[in-house]
Ligand binder design. Structure first.
Ligand SMILES: Cc1ncc(COP(=O)(O)O)c(C=O)c1O
Length: 436
């Protein structure tokens, strides 16, 4: 591709020095690359860390460069702007963040958004048209279900879903039904699903999609918030786009709201065009905070995962506990289908799980009100342990019959384990269980 420095009168744009991606044939790991990839201190007065670029707009080198940048912004040329233009389109902090985000999943490209929901909305707006039928797994995060069913429904978009653990045959039959209704623009998955932790067989979804739509396969997008980017790499299993609420484990400190999408350049390009138009990019300050968070992502997630395993083993044996819905127990018996998906798709069990207490709302509220280390709050993936009652909080708006079918019962407490000392957490859960 012609470089803008070749244009008449253009000054060479100062580009970051290429990052070191391998040493002696050894491909460097994302946890190493998070410290510096995509940032050249020489472009920022030698600053070791990227400054926060608080500016709404960027000065062009000359008019020809401005034109060329706008060709990228408007999609006349794929791949986005080659230079910095205007903070609704791009910015240094966002670009460094996107370079680093893609590394965890070996993705060609990545985009950052102002929230997980704005990422999902931008994705849907890119691909769907009135009359289309979106095929999705169920359950989905409640706001995503509302978005697809009630909001896009207002614009003539239909949906059909299959349960998270569905087999290839079941998935294919739902896709066939959707195909019979007209265009299927997108297959949208969430795995593990919020709040049940049910896993979707991404390989089976991809096989069914390829069999039914050999000529123009609709993209498969998957919400990878719960286990990604460390323990679940759906792009390797046949998904085309991996979607994140970066508010959760990626941000990791419960102090920001952001979203992300990673995938092939071919699919990311039209999503970027939509984001440029509607303005759903993350802001520079949040992007900077995420860069800081990504440096410790592996450390935080690993510790939280180890803690969760220890805590769940304690909870499982407690007399006031009915059951614990923790992915780490799948291989020890129970649902063989879920265990099979887990074995093929996941490299870790995460730190968010369902605790079913003996009793109902009275018992779960008594437990929640007695916690002294864990905080009573929705959300997940932070350094601190959080606990909430989905039936009465995040999923209050879900109709009772659907709640029952999905296992979102009054005795369910959802817990997201943080990086505290695991034995302190066990002491807290022990005293809260005694208070029931
Ligand atoms: C699985 C999942 N996807 C998407 C979202 C939405 O993300 P955000 O709150 O960053 O918009 C959430 C939020 O809880 C979630 O749990």
């Amino acid at each position: 591709m012609e470089d803008e420095a070749d244009l008449p009168g253009a000054t060479p744009r100062r580009r970051p020095k290429p990052s070191v991606l391998e040493i002696g044939g050894r491909k460097l790991k994302p946890s190493t690359l998070m410290m510096g990839h995509g940032f050249d201190p020489a472009l920022s007065e030698g600053s070791l860390k990227p400054p926060i670029f608080l500016t709404s707009t960027f000065v062009f080198e000359n008019a020809a460069a401005g034109k060329r940048h706008f060709e990228g912004v408007t999609g006349k040329r794929p791949g986005g702007a080659e230079g910095l233009v205007y903070s609704r389109f791009n910015g240094p902090n966002q670009e460094i963040l996107e370079d680093r985000l893609g590394l965890w999943e070996d993705a060609e490209d990545a985009l950052s958004f102002s929230s997980g929901m704005s990422a999902i909305t931008t994705l849907l707006m890119t691909f769907v048209q009135p009359g289309d039928t979106v095929v999705h797994s169920g359950p989905l995060y409640a706001a995503t279900e509302t978005l697809i069913g009630r909001i896009f429904g207002r614009f003539g978009v239909n949906w059909l879903d299959f349960p998270a653990g569905a087999t290839r045959e079941e998935i294919e039959s739902v896709m066939e039904q959707a195909k019979g209704q007209g265009r299927v623009p997108l297959i949208y998955l969430e795995s593990p699903a919020n709040p049940t932790n049910a896993l979707v067989d991404v390989q089976a979804v991809a096989a069914a999609r390829d069999a039914l739509f050999p000529d123009s396969p609709p993209p498969i997008a998957i919400d990878n918030t719960f286990l990604g980017p460390l323990w679940h790499h759906p792009l390797r299993h046949g998904a085309d786009l991996s979607v994140y609420s970066l508010t959760k484990y990626a941000g990791g400190h419960s102090d920001l709201v952001a979203g992300g999408i990673t995938g092939s350049r071919e699919l990311i390009n039209p999503i970027r065009m939509m984001r440029n138009t509607i303005g759903t990019i993350t802001d520079p300050n949040t992007a900077w905070m995420l860069l800081r968070s990504l440096e410790t992502l592996e450390l935080r997630m690993s510790r939280a995962g180890e803690n969760a395993d220890k805590v769940c083993r304690f909870l499982r044996d407690h007399p006031k506990v009915e059951s614990v819905g923790y992915l780490g127990f799948l291989e020890e018996g129970g649902d063989a289908r879920q265990a099979d998906i887990y074995r093929r798709h996941c490299t870790g069990a995460g730190s968010t799980f369902s605790l079913y207490l003996k009793g109902g709302e009275r018992e779960s509220f008594a437990f929640l009100d007695s916690l002294r280390i864990a905080h009573l709050a929705v959300s997940l993936g932070g350094t601190e342990t959080l606990a909430s009652a989905p039936a009465a909080m995040t999923h209050l708006s879900v109709p009772d019959a659907r709640k029952q079918a999905l296992g979102i019962t009054d005795n369910l407490v959802r817990i997201s384990i943080g990086v505290e000392d695991p034995d302190d957490l066990i002491a807290d859960f022990d005293q809260a269980l005694s208070a029931i």
